[in-house]
Design a protein around this ligand. Sequence first.
Ligand code: SAT
Ligand code: MN
Length: 593
Amino acid sequence: MNQKLKQWVEEVERMCRPEAVHWCDGTAEEYDRLAKLMVASDMAKWLDERKRPHSLYFRSDPSDVARVENRTFISTPEKDDAGPTNNWIAPDELKRTLAGLYEGCMRGRTMYVIPFSMGPVGSPLSRIGVEITDSAYVVCNMHIMTRVGTRVLEALGDDGEFVPCLHSVGAPLEQGHKDSSWPCAPIEKKYICHFPAENLIWSYGSGYGGNALLGKKCFALRIASNMARREGWMAEHMLILRLIAPDGRKYHAAAAFPSACGKTNLAMVRPTLPGWKAECIGDDIAWITPGKDGRLYAINPEAGFFGVAPGTSRSSNPMAMDTLSGNCIFTNTVLTEDGDIWWEGMDVPAPAHAMDWKGRPWNGKSAEKGAHPNARFTVPAAQCPVISPDWEDPRGVPIDFFIFGGRRSSTTPLVTEALDWDHGVFLGATACSETTAANIGSVGNLRFDPFAMLPFCGYHMGDYFSHWLAMGDKLGKSAPRIFYVNWFRKDAAGRFLWPGYGENSRVLIWMCERAAGKAAAEQTPLGLMPPAGALDLSGLDVDARTMEELLRVDTAAWRNDLPGIEAHLARFGTRLPERIRRQFESLRERLAP
Ligand code: SAT
Ligand code: MN
């Protein structure tokens, strides 16, 4: 037994005072036992076994439906080290507050100890965490999203390192009281805390995904980005995708997008050009390390998909729909009368008899949506029909190119290739997206989301840019190419110019051919772009004029954007790398009339 682990579990038990302690073994029997417990106590329902075998349905408390960025803290000893993009409270003060909340917080509940591995158990690129939680919902989700159980304890050994992740829903259960179907604490008592100097996570008050499944954003991004910086690797908010050319050559891409840009769809894309194939390796997070050959290798640290349900359909993402055939957890979707799920944008008629995500009768005719816009599915990645046979390769896959992107109805062309690594880092650092109904703030505003890491970088964002630059220096000629895409440019009438979805593969294929040194590119003020005819548009109903508009460099609009970009970069103060500031100056010069 790992002494540090044993000691920590005893400490937490003394503080939280649960009724019982259960060490999770990660078996299917354990999952089913907890599922039955939750069904018996009205927290969960089994869906119809014939329609959606072995699948659970949950409704959250209406106040506990998403990550709470304003209650998320990076608690570094020095405030400045958390940077302008993170909330900060001094570690002593934050721990005092949390210790007060944790005191007796698991009364009447079972405390689960979940040993988990981010990445295939035993891979040199993997890391171990142990989550303590008082939520059986969290245990079941962790079973799907990570590798859980005894084999992880074995890999940890007597003196292995692990990231302690403490979680409580923050709702002690008094004797004789019936539990609520989704226990949690009020918003002002929710705290999602990271102590990067100690690799420690303390989460209190929420049962929702990113706040409670601590392996995901808390560990694999916020804490891991700190580890990666110290140890010379990268923890990125990126999907990992393999493309296979007709000649069998394999290419690997890692891509970062802000929310509402179709990241999960791209992770499972079906190429529309004959002979090309694609395989999914991950849909959300990539851990990337330089290999012995000097190239970058990526693993998906997760074992499942925790995806947004609304908008997922046979036309937007058929592979996701097939993945969801069974063994799922659905949270905050519609529950149909015949024991299945439904959501807006599923492209099947709304059920005439159902319950909405708040548990009220619902028939598709009411003005209110039936599913919460952030309703989620949890499902094993292995069930995806296009999961790569190598998705669990402990060595990872070699990355040929990075893709950044955002949603922009004007200004940003379909695709640009960075002039060099520094320029690519500049593209990542200035990535931005128009806000949609899924974001906070008014619709259509431009929000900068550097590397899609805005809420996930666990240290000063200026230092994070420096880390990227240093990586490029280390990789030299083996550095992947970097591209920036915008699938969402519109014409004057507000119609999308590009068909998107599977057709995005045509742009990916140009990238592959660039990586192979086969495809042409021409220099523009924004970077390298495909000249007319370089993108294979065969069989596609997009005319030459539309392509021109998709690839048009609107220098006037870009000059208009410069003050906004400059103000964004100024947020990082003296920690903005000089090389990024120089990239900005070069862009300004290239755009000069
Ligand atoms: O909300 S989660 O962090 O669980 C998932 C996501 O934002 O991608
Ligand atoms: Mn994400």
